[in-house]
Design a protein. Structure first.
Length: 189
C-alpha cells in the first residue's frame, strides 16, 4: 500500500487510486532498460516531480525524474556517463533548436540533469532532499526505488486531483514560466 502519514486520512477509493499510480510507476521501472553500470547508483534514489500529476490524470509523464540521495553517487554518475560509451549511447541526443548548454557535445547532459532515451531524467544539480523545497506541492509525491514505496500527502493528493497550484511554503515563489506552464495545461490558482 502507498505510504501516508498516520494523521492523514484517505478513503478506500482514494487509497485504491493511489495504489494504481504506484503500480504504474512500478510497471514503468520493470519495463525500462537502465544501463547496468547505473543500477547501483539509481536504486537508493527516488522518482518524483511531475510524474504523479500526469499519472493521476491518465497522461504519460513527459519524463521520469530520478533524484539520487548522495552527492558521491551524483559524482560517480557523471563520471560513468562521460567515460562509458555504452551508457553514453543511451542518452538522448540534443535537439539543436533548444539551444541548451551541454557538457557532452550532441548529448542531453547538462549541469542540471542527464536525459536518457527511455524517458528517465536523472537530476544532477541536487540530491533527493531537494524535493522538500519544490515550488508546487503537486510535484512533491515520490516513489522510493529501493523500498518500493510511494509517498503522498493529503495536500499533495488534493492539489493533483483539483489541478490546483499550491505554492510549497518551503520554496521561494515559483518563477513565472513555471506557473504559466501549468496554467497552460489546465491548472488554476
Amino acid at each position: 500500500m502507498p505510504q501516508v502519514t498516520k494523521d492523514e486520512l484517505f478513503s478506500q477509493t482514494e487509497l485504491n487510486e493511489i495504489e494504481v499510480v504506484k503500480t504504474k510507476i512500478e510497471e514503468f521501472l520493470r519495463s525500462v532498460k537502465i544501463p547496468t553500470e547505473l543500477i547501483k547508483l539509481i536504486k537508493p534514489g527516488i522518482l518524483t516531480g511531475g510524474m504523479s500529476a500526469s499519472l493521476f490524470h491518465g497522461d504519460a509523464p513527459k519524463d521520469w525524474d530520478i533524484y539520487l540521495t548522495d552527492q558521491n553517487d551524483i559524482d560517480s554518475l557523471n563520471k560513468i556517463v562521460t567515460e562509458t560509451e555504452s551508457v553514453l549511447n543511451n542518452i538522448e541526443d540534443i535537439n539543436p533548436k533548444y539551444g541548451v548548454d551541454t557538457l557532452v557535445e550532441g548529448k542531453l547532459i547538462t549541469p542540471r540533469a542527464i536525459t536518457f532515451k527511455n524517458g528517465i531524467q536523472i537530476i544532477t544539480m541536487s540530491r533527493a532532499d531537494a524535493r522538500e523545497t519544490f515550488d508546487f506541492v503537486h510535484c512533491m509525491p515520490y516513489y522510493n526505488i529501493k523500498e518500493k514505496t510511494y509517498h503522498i500527502s493529503r495536500r499533495q493528493y488534493e492539489s493533483i486531483k483539483a489541478k490546483k497550484l499550491i505554492h510549497n511554503p518551503k520554496s521561494p515563489q515559483p518563477v513565472t514560466y513555471r506557473r504559466e506552464k501549468f496554467l497552460n495545461r489546465g491548472w488554476h490558482d
